[in-house]
Design a protein around this ligand. Structure first.
Ligand code: ATP
Length: 237
């Protein structure tokens, strides 16, 4: 196992032509902790994650995972540096089995593949039961677990998730929460983007609220869930 390392992002900007989608965002994901980012559609959450993964061009004054300077790492090498990414919409390979989907997640790290696969099956027993089934036959919640499991196959110490609750029933959102808490128990750091504020507050230690590409509010999950504005706008209370 790798020594736990913080992810530190300073003054991040992402621009698409004339649109400044992320406008000076800074945050730290402490080792073994979960940072949640909530915000409305178009607030810049996905762009922030893509910027960390090197999938969009961006500028910043700092972006480091431990002593690795992510600003200088090419997108295809980010996973090798210990970051797992679960993109929005899951994107599992429906025509391939559960087991093969997991194996594909280990493309950057073949050694210890079987052990990591067993760990994923231990974390998500339902995937073990369905290992020979086609991924396309799984329910939405099971596909989300498979997408998370696949990202774990590279042996990350930081997992980045983009709206894992999207399109899931409340019961399955509960399952996603259980998975996130189980990952935390195992010492993984998590960066979670969500529109579901309830899930974010349950899963996270600290949270950011993004509005128009900036951080409108930041604090502990406990503080933010009691904030008047957050309750009204994001929890609908
Ligand atoms: P969502 O919940 O819809 O994913 P978000 O908070 O993740 O929203 P982003 O997807 O990061 O927001 O989008 C931020 C802004 O950037 C929006 O105004 C969006 O229209 C714009 N944007 C995103 N991707 C592109 C792109 N490839 N080209 C141009 N504009 C884009």
């Amino acid at each position: 196992t790798v020594a736990p390392r913080p992810l530190v992002v300073e003054d991040l900007r992402v621009r698409y032509g004339g649109v400044l989608a992320v406008d000076g965002v800074s945050f730290t994901v402490e080792p073994g902790r979960c940072l949640g980012i909530i915000g409305a559609n178009g607030a810049g959450k996905t762009s922030t994650l893509k910027a960390v993964m090197g999938l969009v061009s961006r500028s910043c004054t700092g972006m480091k995972l431990g002593d690795v300077d992510l600003a200088r790492v090419r997108a295809r090498d980010v996973v090798r540096h210990g970051i797992g990414y679960v993109p929005e919409g899951r994107h599992v390979f429906g025509g391939l089995t559960v087991a093969t989907n997991l194996e594909l997640g280990a493309y950057s790290r073949r050694s210890g593949l079987r052990e990591r696969q067993e760990e994923v099956y231990e974390l998500f027993p339902v995937l073990a039961e369905m290992r020979r089934r086609l991924a396309g036959a799984l329910s939405g919640g099971q596909q989300q677990m498979l997408a998370i499991g696949r990202a774990l196959m590279s042996g990350p110490d930081l997992l980045i998730l983009d709206e894992p609750s999207m399109g899931l029933s409340p019961k399955l959102v509960g399952q996603v929460l259980e998975s996130l808490l189980a990952l935390r128990e195992r010492g993984l750091s998590v960066l979670l983007v969500e529109q579901n504020a309830w899930l974010t507050f349950e899963a996270s230690d600290t949270c950011l609220v993004m509005e128009n590409g900036t951080v409108a509010l930041a604090g502990s999950a406990g503080e933010l869930r009691h904030d008047e504005r957050v309750r009204r706008i994001y929890l609908g209370l």
